[in-house]
Structures are given as C-alpha cells and as structure tokens.
Design a protein around this ligand. Structure first.
Ligand code: NOJ
Length: 601
C-alpha cells in the first residue's frame, strides 16, 4: 500500500491546497482560510499550520499560560480511574480503601500517571456502590477517614500526582439527611430539594418517564402521599437543581474539597440534571430496552439547556482553585460534545468523548471519522476506552487470539492522540471482564433486575491484579468480586519484569508522550485516509513530526510512505511492537503491529 503525506508536510512542495482539497471533516474557519495560501517553504507551512492549530486549541480550551504554549496542567496529564472498592485492600476486609491506594502510589508514579480520579469514596449505603452519596463532605468508613484522605493527598502531592474526586451531582442517596428531611413532610425545610409530585390518579405515577435502571422513574412515598423522581435507582432520588439552595450547597461542596486538596472533579451523570417542570410524557419509541421497559425519547428529562448554566457555575468555582472538571458526558455526536465545552469555553475543560466505546471493533475508518470529528470541534479531547460502566476494552476489541497485541495497539492509539487520556485501572495490564455466570452472584442492581439480558457491571469492576498470589495480591480476605483466572498471567509483578508485556508497553508510550513535544502539543494530521487496515497519522509540532502507524488487521501490512520523495531523511523508531519496522520508505507492520517514529528532514 502506498501512503502519501499531505502536501503541507512535504519539504519544498508548492501547492498547499492540493492535498487538502476535500478534508474528511469540517475545518475550523481559520484553517480553511490558511489552506488557500500558497507557500513554498516547508518550514513556513509547518509553522503557520501548527501556529493556527495551537492558537485554535488554546482559544477553545480557554487556557491561560500554564506552559510556554499556554497549556494547563490537565492538558499534559495522563489520568487514571480508580474504582476504590477494587484497587487495593489495606485492612483485608475484601474491599479496597484509601490507604490501599496510598500504598500503590509508587506504582502509579512509575507508570507515568499524573492524576487519579477516584470513583465515589464518600459515605454511602452502597446501593449503587458509592454513586448514592449520603454525605458529600466525608469519607465512607469502609474506605477510611478524612485523615486518610489527607494523607493520600499529601503522599500523592509528593509524587506529583493530583487527585480528582467524583461528584455525584444529579442525585443523592435516599439516606442523605437532605432526603430524610425532604420526605418527612410536605412542609419540611428540604422538601423542595428533590422532585415531588402527585400521581396522575390512584397508583399512577405523574408521567411515563422510565428509570434507566428499570421501571418507572417515580416512586410513591406513603408518608406524604406523593411520588419522588429518580432517574437512576429508587435509592437515588434526583436533586432539584432549580432550587437555589441546592445549587449553593453543591457549589460549596466543591470548594470544600478544593481546599482539602482535590484538583478537580469528574461530574457524574450531568445529562440528567434538569427535567421539564411541566412533566410531559416522553414519546414512546418501538421496542424495549435491556430492562424490559419501553424505549422512549427522553426529550423532557435529559440534556435540557439549563444544564449549561450549572456547568458554568461549577467551572467558576473550579477556576478559583485552578481545578479541572471532567464530565460524564454521554453524547450522541460531536455536536453535543462541543456544547459541553461551553460557548465561551467556560464549562467543562474535559468533557469525556465516549464515542470510542461505541466502536467495539478494529475499524480504521470508524476511528478516523471519530478522531477527525472530535479534532474539528477544537476543544481539548478526552478519549476513553473503558470505565466502570463499560465492558473492558480488552474484551471489546480483542479477537480472542491476539488480545494482548490488540491491547497494545489500542493503547498506542489512545496515548498518542491529541488530548488527555483517562486510563481505567488494570487496562495497562490487559485485565479482562469477569462477568457473573449466575444471577445469584450478581452484585450490581441493574444486573439483578435486568438478568439475563443485562448482567450488570460487576465484570469490569473486579480486583486489581497485583501478583500471582491468592486474590491477585488485592486482599488477604475473599474479595467482594471474584478475580478472573487471567490474574496468573496478567498482573503487575510479572508484567513489570517482562519487557514485552502490555504494562511495559504502556510505560514506554506514556513516557514518550510526557517528553515528546509533538505528542504533547502537536496537531493531528491524518494520513492515508482510505486504508482499510492501517490507521496512520502524524502529530506535528513546529519542526517535530511523529508518525503513528497502527495495523488493525490480522495480516502483515506494508506501507510505502515515500519518505525520501517527501524530503524526510530520517525515520527514527520510538516505539514499535514485535518486528514492526521501517526500511527505506517502507514501514512493515506485523499483524496488529504498532510503529511510532520521529521523522525529520
Ligand atoms: C454514572 C456512573 O458512572 C454509574 O456507575 C452510576 O451507576 C450512575 N452514573 C448513577 O450515578
């Protein structure tokens, strides 16, 4: 396969417009304009292009100077999600804790992690494993104490690792003191902190809204003879964000944690913060969901425009402390994603792009389309491969035979794109899902209500695999979820010793992205956009160019990049898997092979 470089990267090429003729994605206006300009000098072209790319990026991310290019700390950070129940158990009760996390900070440092996002560790009845918070300003005893948090924060700081907490903004636990007061009487102080309504008639909820965890989104409470609204589980009543007292209490909470050492929040379930107060029925769509409920178009209780006012207020509070906001922004398309950055880049710095989690196959065309789309909206991208709600990438992309090679391939993609990656714990080992086999073993409520169609999320939340000892070195007690058999081959201790392991590969690519300016700052330039097997692109910053070539097929692929014709005199491999290599103009990629190289004129 002959792959050619875009004209703008070719030394001495005259016509800047030729290869840009039909961009695969909408270009920001300033770039489109620049494309019309003819330039003879390669250097001028590169500087101009990248200058524009950078200016656009900085403007879109609303950043003040945090480095010479104007980037903030979170734009260079590699984030790592820790599901605290499952990371490290210091007191051997079968559930992970904060001291466990503190004991593994050196591992995270060595891996190259700059910030950990800890899924909710606040007091909670654990109906939804922490996403049902009963006190926003404390630590659940099962995870430790506020003093343990302070210790973790200071130990992390010593290692240059920041802490991002998980803020469950949409709902509280039904055991939160606000809700206990709210349900106590129709005239209680906190009554209007939640959404209470009369039913349509006896036994009939106020409307047809469906809980995403199954059944009606309304629960009748006999104490006051009204229904309360819960988009998630019945034990997770929705807060009423139209009440200024709720807004104030929640904003104050963020400030409280910033003072205590948090560097930001991952905001849970932001799409569902507001509901249409007239409660119209949602249109019913054909078919049923995995919980057996009718599909509906959630137009009256999801993605309402009022959300953006709250995002702006949360951002103001974050800016007071130089904190970052990461959004759980499930969006259908890049247009919706763009909205979460804010019209004036005054909302979320890092709305998560979950579109990769919908690809689920090794499709260069699909990845190309998504990357180009996200790149074109101009914000600072935040790609996600998997998390505690999503089957692990190892299973989703793996073919059952070459899973380790595919795990490295996906890591190379994920870690070399423009933006801030968020790893999910264990991804760096090739941890796989361990789904329950029997309904009685299921812990996640949605797996119990949705069985067997919906098995729940236990499979992707299993204990971190530290070594080959019993319970994978996670705990001396029986862990809350069983460890998959793969811990014998995929664990930190063994992989750290193996230079060809998935872990060693992650370390190498993360180290590279921390030091290579093209990977840190550079624009994304797709190459060879019609190739069905190989995804290739450049990251370009000033005169630095990094080529990334990823073979998404099970057969060897040869790519003739015509380096010499394009004036490239040196191709210096930076990271490559197996025998993937360059000879002359040709890069040979082994099945699922990775080749990352520095190019120079
Ligand atoms: C999204 C969280 O990621 C998920 O785990 C949780 O169940 C829901 N929000 C409800 O909080």
């Amino acid at each position: 396969m002959i792959a050619t470089f875009p004209t703008r990267l070719v030394k001495g090429k005259k016509d800047y417009t030729q290869d840009f003729g039909a961009p695969a994605h909408a270009e920001p206006a300033s770039r489109t304009e620049a494309m019309r300009v003819h330039r003879k000098s390669f250097c001028i072209l590169i500087c101009l292009t990248l200058g524009i790319l950078q200016a656009a990026t900085q403007a879109q991310s609303g950043s003040q100077a945090g480095d010479p290019e104007g980037h903030e700390w979170w734009q260079h950070a590699v984030f790592y999600e820790i599901y605290p129940r499952s990371f490290a158990d210091s007191n051997n009760d079968g559930v992970g804790d904060l001291n466990g996390i503190a004991s593994r900070l050196d591992y995270l440092k060595e891996l190259g992690i700059d910030a950990i996002w800890i899924s909710p560790c606040f007091p909670s009845p654990q109906v939804d494993f922490g996403y049902d918070v009963s006190d926003y300003e404390n630590i659940d005893p099962m995870y430790g104490t506020l003093a343990d948090f302070d210790n973790l924060a200071s130990e992390a700081k010593e290692r240059g690792i920041r802490i991002i907490l998980d803020f469950v903004v949409n709902h509280t636990s039904d055991q939160h003191k606000w809700f206990l007061d709210s349900k106590s009487s129709r005239t209680s102080e906190h009554r209007d902190w939640y959404i209470w309504r009369d039913g349509k008639g006896p036994g009939q909820p106020p409307n047809n809204w469906i809980s995403t965890f199954g059944g009606s989104a309304w629960k009748f409470d006999p104490t006051t003879n009204q229904y309360y609204y819960h988009y998630f589980y019945t034990a997770q009543p929705d807060l009423n964000w139209r009440n200024p007292a709720v807004e104030k209490a929640m904003l104050d909470t963020t400030r409280w944690w910033y003072k205590r050492g948090a560097s930001g929040f991952r905001l849970d379930a932001v799409n569902t913060l507001f509901e249409n107060p007239s409660l119209p029925d949602n249109p019913v769509l054909p078919g049923k969901n995995t919980q057996g409920d009718p599909n509906t178009d959630e137009k009256y209780n999801k993605k309402l425009p009022e959300i953006h006012d709250v995002m702006r207020k949360l951002r103001n509070a974050a800016d007071e402390s130089g904190a970052v906001l990461i959004g759980e922004t499930w969006t259908k398309n890049v247009g919706e994603l763009k909205e979460y950055y804010g019209a004036h880049n005054d909302e979320l710095q890092l709305p998560m792009d979950f579109l990769f989690t919908t690809v689920d196959k090794l499709s260069p065309a699909e990845f190309r389309r998504q990357i180009a789309g996200v790149d074109a909206i101009g914000g600072w991208p935040t790609y996600v491969l998997s998390n505690h709600d999503k089957v692990r990438g190892y299973n989703r992309y793996g073919d059952g035979k070459h899973n380790d090679a595919i795990a490295k391939l996906m890591a190379a993609l994920f870690l070399t794109l423009r933006g801030s990656p968020i790893l999910y714990y264990g991804e760096e080992l090739g941890m796989e899902n361990n789904d329950p086999k029997r309904k009685e073993d299921v812990k996640d409520p949605i797996g119990r209500t949705g069985w067997p169609k919906e098995k729940g999320r236990d499979g992707e939340r299993t204990p971190m695999q530290w070594d080959e000892s019993e319970n994978a070195g996670f705990s001396k007690a029986t862990p809350w979820l069983p460890v998959p058999p793969s811990y014998k081959t995929h664990n930190v201790a063994d992989e750290a010793k193996d230079p060809n392991s998935i872990l060693s590969f992650y370390k190498a690519v993360i180290a590279l992205r921390h030091t290579n300016r093209a990977l840190l700052e550079g624009g994304y330039v797709p190459l060879n956009e019609n190739d069905q097997n190989v995804l290739s692109y450049m990251r370009v910053y000033q005169d630095q160019m990094v080529l990334v070539s990823l073979n998404m097929s099970g057969t060897q692929q040869k790519q003739d990049f015509e380096f010499s014709k394009h004036g490239m005199s040196s191709v210096k491999p930076l990271v490559a898997t197996g025998k993937s290599s360059a000879k002359g103009d040709v890069v040979t990629l082994e099945p699922y092979g990775v080749f990352i190289a520095q190019l120079s004129h």
